[in-house]
Write a protein that binds this ligand. Structure first.
Ligand SMILES: [Zn+2]
Length: 152
C-alpha cells in the first residue's frame, strides 16, 4: 500500500482490528515520511461461488449484486429515503457480512435472492418487491434464453 502523503511504496501495518465480519481496519505507517493513515479492507465475497439452478458454479461478482440492488432502490417509493447507491451498498455489505459470518464458500442463487429480499423487506418493502421481480426475471427469463441461444 502506497503512502497517501508522499507516495512512497513502503508502509507497514502498526495496528489492525476487525469488528465486522469480512471487514478489517488497518493503521499504517510510512517508512519514508513517518506519517500514519488508516485503511479499511472489505471482503467483497471474492472467494465465494454462486451455484445456479442448473447446478453450474460461478464466481460471485459483487457488482452484479450491487446492480440489482441499485435497480431495486431506483424509482421506487423509497427514493426519498436517501442516496440509492449508498443504500444499495449498505444492503450488499450486510449480505456479504452475513455470508462471511456463516463461513460459506458457496451459495445458491435462490438463497442469495432470499437473503436480499429479507434484508430489504422490513425497511424498504417497495425496493424488496422490485429486487424480487428483477432477480426472478433474470433467473427465469434471461438465463434460459441465454442457454437456448448457446445450444442453437
Ligand atoms: Zn510517506
Amino acid at each position: 500500500m502506497k503512502c497517501i502523503y508522499c507516495k512512497n511504496a513502503e508502509t507497514s501495518v502498526v495496528n489492525s482490528r476487525s469488528n465486522v465480519p469480512g471487514c478489517i481496519w488497518r493503521r499504517r505507517e510510512c517508512s519514508e515520511c513517518g506519517m500514519r493513515f488508516t485503511t479499511e479492507e472489505t471482503s467483497l465475497g471474492n472467494n465465494l461461488f454462486i451455484v445456479k439452478r442448473s447446478g453450474k458454479r460461478q464466481r460471485f461478482v459483487y457488482e452484479k449484486l450491487l446492480t440489482a440492488l441499485v435497480y431495486a432502490f431506483e424509482k421506487g417509493k423509497d427514493s426519498d429515503h436517501g442516496d440509492q447507491a449508498l443504500l444499495a451498498r449498505d444492503v450488499a455489505m450486510e449480505i456479504i457480512a452475513h455470508i462471511n459470518e456463516k463461513g460459506r464458500k458457496e451459495i445458491t442463487t435462490a438463497l442469495l435472492i432470499t437473503l436480499c429480499y429479507e434484508s430489504l423487506r422490513d425497511t424498504h418493502p417497495h425496493a424488496a418487491e422490485r429486487y424480487m421481480h428483477y432477480s426472478l426475471y433474470r433467473e427465469q427469463v434471461c438465463a434460459p434464453l441465454r442457454a437456448a441461444r448457446v445450444k442453437a
